[in-house]
Ligand binder design. Structure first.
Ligand code: HEM
Length: 411
């Protein structure tokens, strides 16, 4: 029998279009992939099972990967964050941060997000030839994260660099050696800015999330400064890149399907369904990692103890056992049970915020642009194991005829 090469989830082919690889993985649902012989979990049912069982599939091993020796003395706040905790530690932390990450926090941002989205959409309409990532998809979430963290506007342009730097940290030693000094100083700088915000809000509380996090209390316990820095770092890394890619994927798909775009522009009530389907088909967070805590049997296969597991939400979202016409964008789809925001105890805290950003972004873009023509060859994908999206999206925006677009909101 011919042995097939294991799938490499970092290969350029996989990055460009993972769906045929996922289909192959789901046909033999528990198998090892490259890099590192990760155990791939690809079916909807199995992905849900893994994410629902932190006792068997732990997040804590990420702590060591994210805190390599060459960062000694500086540390990586992400490695001590909510993302890398298991219950009961995670349960306590989640209860505390949830007190500040409420519906009210998000609703407070709505008017300013709409205003910034409107200004950016106006620039896209005026310039017509833009890299959509630089012109819109990055500045909007950067504005939101800066607002949440309480950073002044001049620091917004630094957020992406900090986020990229943290994401680039792995157990291996970075090359060239000068990069070690650079990453150490970048992480120290981010932590020092976050500590400045904490000190300021402690002295002068405002109506913002950091001020609320400072007084959040569960069973007589409050967050320490280090925990606040760690949570601020998760918001930056978890909330920026993912939302940039959600906006990029949405506009890329609109450019590819002008008829669907025309329908959604005429009927803005369809915008939320459209966003859900893009989240399902092009989940910005494709793969998360876990480690088995003991030998576990899944799908008839025995996974050894301490095996690294690649939990493929991107594949689960296209599982034909779960979704009819799984590879098609179906606006009428009901209760899609997408796993793009994870499942279980670590379910994304920012999901309502990301959805609101996307809805407002589309409303403002549709009011000003009638369509988008993509320059397909120039599209560039990012390079990461878990997160997938376009880093450059050059396009031509077709301005909307003023007054002719009854359906789209005009502000
Ligand atoms: C389209 C955008 C987004 C996607 C696809 C996404 C996806 C995810 C996923 C899959 C997880 C779970 C990871 C795991 O189980 O290992 C997660 C966790 C998290 N996300 Fe998001 N996210 C998005 C936007 C945001 C935003 C805007 C914020 C906040 C500003 C945010 C904050 C968080 C936090 C704090 C967690 C950790 C929750 C916990 O560990 O209990 N996310 N996100």
């Amino acid at each position: 029998m011919l042995m097939r090469e294991p799938i490499d989830v970092m290969s350029p082919e996989f990055r460009a279009d993972p769906s045929p690889f996922y289909a192959r993985l789901r046909s033999e649902p528990i198998q090892q992939v490259e890099p590192g012989g990760l155990w791939a979990i690809s079916r909807h049912e199995d992905v849900q099972y893994v994410l629902k069982n932190p006792k068997l599939f732990s997040s804590t091993f990420l702590q060591q990967i994210m805190r390599p020796e060459w960062l000694a003395g500086v540390g990586n706040p992400l490695s001590e964050s909510i993302l890398t905790m298991d219950p009961p530690h995670h349960t306590r932390m989640r209860a505390l941060v949830s007190l500040a990450f409420t519906h009210k926090t998000i609703a407070r941002l709505e008017a300013s997000i709409r205003q910034v989205a409107g200004e950016l959409a106006e620039d896209v309409r005026r310039q017509q030839e833009v890299d959509f990532v630089q012109a819109f998809a990055l500045p909007l979430p950067a504005f939101v994260i800066a607002e949440l963290l309480g950073f002044p506007p001049e620091l917004r342009s630094k957020l992406k660099q900090w986020s990229d730097d943290i994401i680039s940290i792995t157990a291996s030693v970075p090359e060239p050696p000068e990069r070690i000094a650079y990453l150490r100083s970048s992480l120290a700088e981010l932590q020092s800015f976050l500590r400045e915000v904490i000190t300021d809000r402690r002295a002068r509380p405002r109506e913002d999330m950091m001020s609320e996090l400072l007084v959040a209390e569960v069973e007589g316990r409050r967050l320490t400064d280090s925990e606040l820095v760690a949570f601020g770092t998760v918001l930056l890394v978890g909330g920026l890149e993912t939302t940039v890619y959600l906006l990029g994927h949405t506009v890329r798909r609109m450019a590819q399907a002008p008829k669907v775009l025309a329908r959604v522009r005429a009927e803005p009530a369809l915008i939320p369904s459209r966003v859900e389907e893009v989240l399902r088909l092009d989940s910005p967070f494709q793969i998360t990692l876990r480690l088995t805590t003991q030998e576990v049997e899944l799908g008839g296969v025995k996974l050894p103890a301490y095996a690294p597991v690649a939990v493929m939400m991107g594949s689960a979202n296209r599982d034909e056992r779960q979704f009819e016409q799984a590879d098609e964008l179906v606006l009428e789809r009901r209760s899609p049970q997408l796993l793009s925001f994870g499942h279980g105890v670590h379910f994304c805290l920012g999901a309502p915020l990301a959805r609101m950003e996307a809805h407002l972004a589309l409303e403002e873009l549709f009011a000003r642009c009638e369509g988008f023509v993509l320059s397909q060859e120039a599209l560039k994908w990012n390079h990461s194991l878990g997160i997938r999206g376009p880093v450059e999206l050059p396009l031509h925006a077709i301005p909307a005829r003023r007054g002719a677009d009854a359906g789209a909101r005009s502000s």
